[in-house]
Design a protein around this ligand. Structure first.
Ligand SMILES: [Zn+2]
Length: 340
């Protein structure tokens, strides 16, 4: 009797395993196809060829950031990875483009919605350069990342304002962090401005007002033009960031907010959305538009959105606020809470 029971238990176990394996295969297939369909439909139907162009992918990783940048020469930058549970999605996305190697990986700051999958990325991909802020964070996630970096014998390139990096025909400059002691970890965020031809992108991590003001001062002192075309809105659209005058100065045409549907932080803050829109920028959101790809040939920018399934084209023209007349804002955050 006991033997028969054991046999049945084994049978049940193996049937369950087979069902789980089949479910995983089907899920993996559908998941991969979803990304494949999006890319082929939207890019091929609109005659957009990624070759010879710069493509910036704002990957929908729920409440968190993960941005993939592809140079015209087919090199890659990864900025952040989203939470730990987003690795499957991120990995499938990267596999879809046959990416095995990154020229640069930037981990903006040690919060889990930015570096949650960072240890696995370091472990499973070839990385030429890692750029991170000089700050320690006492969490398992951060410790795991440091261990993988050590295992791979990689050196961390400290994020220091003014450092510039070649990325094929494009280049980027680090604009923040400007200080080595902040109360909020968000202000350690690595901020970069990426330039390709006449098109400019700003990536801000979770920088808050304090860092925004320092970036203004840094750019003033070093004669750096802060006008951009595409802004990755800081801190998921939180009211801790995106001061009116800062947005005016950047004067973006498009602003991408990366946040999760119904997130518990109520990101994006509606006042921030209003500030950006009243400055004339159109907002794109990963919670509504899902994966967003912005492609630049150096002059014309095309935008493909998974959610709305549309393509927008626009030509760049330089226009920005005047750094000399910049007025720093001193107002306090109305709804400040310690956020990730
Ligand atoms: Zn964040």
């Amino acid at each position: 009797m006991a033997r028969k029971k054991k046999k049945n238990a084994i049978n049940n176990k193996s049937i369950l395993s087979i069902i789980v394996i089949i479910a995983l295969i089907i899920f993996g297939y559908l998941y991969k196809d979803e990304i494949g369909d999006f890319v082929s439909d939207i890019l091929e139907n609109n005659n957009i060829d990624l070759s010879g162009k710069l493509a910036v992918h704002y990957i929908d990783v729920g409440q968190g950031d993960s941005i993939l940048i592809q140079s015209p020469e087919n090199e890659f930058i990864l900025i952040d990875t989203g939470e730990k549970d987003q690795y499957e999605k991120l990995n499938s996305y990267l596999e879809h483009y046959n990416i095995t190697k990154f020229k640069y990986v930037i981990f903006t700051h040690p919060h889990s919605d930015h570096i949650g999958s960072a240890d696995k990325i370091v472990k499973n991909y070839d990385i030429e350069n890692i750029i991170m802020p000089e700050v320690y964070h006492n969490t398992k996630t951060y410790e795991k990342l440091l261990t993988e970096i050590e295992n791979k014998n990689l050196e961390i390139n400290a994020a220091i304002p003014g450092k510039t990096f070649k990325f094929g025909g494009a280049e980027f400059i680090i604009l923040a962090p400007n200080s080595d002691s902040y109360k909020s970890l968000n202000n350690y965020s690595v901020v970069i401005k990426l330039t390709y031809g006449n098109t400019n992108f700003l990536f801000t991590g979770d920088m808050e007002k304090e860092s925004e003001n320092e970036v203004i001062t840094y750019c003033k002192n070093n004669n750096i033009d802060l006008s951009i075309d595409i802004l990755k809105v800081a801190h998921h659209g939180s009211s801790t960031s995106s001061q009116t005058n800062f947005i005016k100065l950047l004067n973006p045409k498009y602003a991408v907010i990366m946040c999760g549907i119904d997130n518990s932080y109520n990101h994006p803050n509606l006042k921030v959305v209003d500030r950006i829109e009243s400055n004339g920028a159109e907002i794109l959101r990963t919670d509504l538009d899902r994966d967003i790809i912005i492609i630049s040939d150096g002059n014309v920018v095309s935008i493909a959105q998974k959610g709305r399934g549309t393509i927008i084209d626009y030509s760049t023209e330089k226009s920005s606020g005047d750094l000399e007349d910049y007025e720093y804002e001193t107002e306090k955050n109305e709804d400040f809470i310690e956020e990730k």
